[in-house]
Write a protein of this length. Sequence first.
Length: 248
Amino acid sequence: MEDNIIVRPATAADAHYAETITTEMAESAKARGTGIAQRSPEYIKLKIEEGKSVIAITRHGTWVGFCYIEAWEHEKYVANSGLIVSPPFRKSGVATEIKRKVFELSRKKYPNAKIFGLTTGLAVMKINSDLGYEPVTYSELTTDEEFWKGCRSCVNFDILTSKQRKNCMCTAMLFDPVEDAKKKAETVKTVVTVDGELEHHRKREFKGNFKLFERWVRFKQFVLLKGWKKKQIEDGKKPTLMSFLFFW
């Protein structure tokens, strides 16, 4: 990441960036052919003023990136949503730093909450896995209807509903603080061999197998899209080109 970029929790003084942020969110979704929960500048301002967001700017005040926090089911679940980076600063490492900062902020504000995310982006999945997230089924996410309403603006919403909200093009990932604590306690196990030597065995972790996971994600998306296309044809509907565009 460039030295002149500052990534920090947003403050009320950053509220004037809200319109720029929402405009870039919409443009990015349009360019990639994907859907996101549409947010208004007023909503982004609220998140900034509540201290529930992270912003990246240059030392000269140019907006670089943003992400915010949403809590569901009486703070039982937390989502880090709306990650966006200005085009000139993409592939600079700033997205990773924003995700790390918003994760830290989420853990500080909601230490007992499960942190989750839904994404089709392999880059985001890689960042999440490095932070300790694990891929999970949709049944392990929040059941709050307000969260799922956000999927209505996604081009893949028909797939989600056809699967009774049990699966979709997005991959669900979850950080469970209780399970994470257990994993850390069990990560290294010391054993005594038959020769009396000490050996340290490290349990295999998901983030060490990301290439295999990446292949699984692509296969899952292929199967879901193929099944949805077949159903559309059977129902006499013509699948749109936009429906075939997602992160590859």
